[in-house]
Each structure stands twice: as structure tokens, then as C-alpha cells.
Ligand binder design. Structure first.
Ligand SMILES: [Zn+2]
Length: 260
């Protein structure tokens, strides 16, 4: 199996995975979205809420706020030495205390841990009018996407790496240029050619095969995938994939234990 990095920046990562079956690619994707933990608000205790939104609605909004997560500083509650009772190693306390008139943003949330605070400061929570108050204490814990999507670390998907063969390089094939919704083809000395820059955008729709009556062929039996990882901000994309492979390995390790 070969992994080749295509693009990497703060919130996005893409790479190719060669020599693996689709079942493996999917196991890796599912491990990333279901197993890799992140911090999110689990409980909210309201001291004051005279805003127009009910407690439940504000709690729901707070739950969906992405919080910068350092996986080395926190344990999953069920794997914590406190056995899930709650301690500084598995819980993060956040508070909010605001008075209207103002719009309460995620930047108004105060965190006990300066490293673990909302990723995006300008997410609105509620608009307070004159005389309205919001005061609450929140407990954020590590959790997994399989329990609730608020703990999901990002959007991770893959597709087959396109393998396009052009058999007859005549002028009549130039129709493929307009037929392709992803603009994968270009005209090169009056002949149809593949644009290397946009090739990875191909989503194998088959429009080129159809219009060229089979003169352009998409190979569907490939063992190479291109992965796209977009983080919601809690973790770095490379961290998501490294953890995903760790969790996958841990699960496979169960066989070793069972068959000893
Ligand atoms: Zn604990």
C-alpha cells in the first residue's frame, strides 16, 4: 500500500492511497469520522436565561461549537482513571456571562483551559436585548462521532482515482470537452487531451464515455483512491488520519487478544 500526499494546509488534506481495496478505504474513512474523539459541550447548567431562546435551544447551539482539542490533555470519560465520574483529565469547564443589548458570540465563552477554546470566535449564539441576561456553565468532554455528530472531527471522503483512456484522438471527440461537468478535457493541437490540473476533479460520471460512444473509456477497476480530509477545526487534518489508523489498528488488535 502506498500513500502519497497531494495537498496539505491548515484545515484540509488530500492524499492518494494505492494498492488497497475499497473495503479498506471505507474502514479508514469510518474510523476517522466515528472513532477519532474531539471535545464538545455535553451538559449546560443555566443560571440565567432571559433571552428569546429556550434553554434547550441555546444548549443545542453550544453543543455544536467546535472546540480546539488537544488529545494528549484529555481522556475519554470511560477510559479516564476517574472511571467517568468527572475530573480535570476528562472534563473541560466553560462559562458564559453576558448582558444585553448585544449579540453573544463564541468569543464570549470563557474556558478554564486556554488551549481548549472555541475554534471560530464569530459564531453567534443568541441575540440579547436590553435587560436580557445569559449566564451558564458548560462541561465539555471528549466524545466520538458514532455517539453524536457534534464530536465528528470533519468531513472525510474518497473516490477512485480517475483512469481515463482516449482511444481515437480525432477532432470529433472534442465534444467531450463541453460534456464533462468537471472540465477534465482540453484541446491540444486539435485533439482531445486530458488536463492534468483538473483530472482529480473527475467524479467518474461517464458523460465522456457516453458522448464519445466508448472512444473514451473510464477504467473502473482501479486500486487507487484519492482521499479528502476537511477538519471542522478541533484537530489538524493529519492528526485525524493518524488517529484514525491508530483506532483501526486497535480494533484489529482485538483478534490477537481473542485468539491467544
Ligand atoms: Zn476523569
Amino acid at each position: 500500500m502506498q500513500v502519497k500526499l497531494l495537498e496539505k494546509n491548515k484545515n484540509k488534506l488530500s492524499f492518494t492511497l494505492k494498492g488497497a481495496k475499497v473495503s479498506f478505504a471505507n474502514a479508514l474513512r469510518r474510523s476517522a469520522i466515528e472513532e477519532v474523539p474531539t471535545l464538545a459541550v455535553k451538559t449546560v447548567e443555566f443560571r440565567k436565561n432571559t433571552s428569546v431562546l429556550y434553554d434547550e435551544m441555546i444548549a443545542h447551539r453550544l453543543g455544536l461549537v467546535p472546540i480546539k482539542t488537544d488529545l494528549k490533555s484529555y481522556n475519554l470519560p470511560e477510559k479516564c482513571p476517574c472511571k467517568g465520574k468527572g475530573c480535570a483529565q476528562c472534563q473541560l469547564i466553560l462559562t458564559i456571562k453576558e448582558k444585553g443589548p448585544k449579540t453573544v458570540y463564541t468569543s464570549d465563552i470563557k474556558s478554564k483551559d486556554p488551549k481548549a477554546k472555541p475554534v471560530y470566535p464569530k459564531m453567534p449564539i443568541v441575540k440579547l436585548l436590553k435587560g436580557q441576561n445569559l449566564e451558564a456553565e458548560m462541561i465539555a468532554v471528549l466524545g466520538q462521532g458514532k455517539e453524536h455528530s457534534k464530536w465528528n472531527p470533519g468531513s472525510i471522503f474518497y473516490k477512485y482515482v480517475p483512469d481515463i483512456k482516449i482511444s481515437k484522438k480525432g477532432e470529433s471527440m472534442l465534444e467531450c470537452i463541453d460534456a464533462c461537468p468537471k472540465k477534465v478535457f482540453v484541446e491540444k493541437s486539435k485533439k482531445l487531451a486530458i488536463d492534468k490540473k483538473t483530472l482529480m476533479d473527475c467524479h467518474l460520471c461517464g458523460a465522456c464515455e457516453e458522448i464519445s460512444k466508448g472512444e473514451v473509456k473510464l477504467n473502473k477497476d482501479v486500486d487507487e483512491f484519492v482521499f479528502f480530509v476537511e477538519s471542522w477545526g478541533q484537530l489538524e487534518p493529519k492528526e485525524i488520519m493518524l488517529k484514525a489508523s491508530e483506532y483501526l489498528e486497535e480494533k484489529i488488535g482485538e483478534f490477537n487478544k481473542a485468539f491467544k
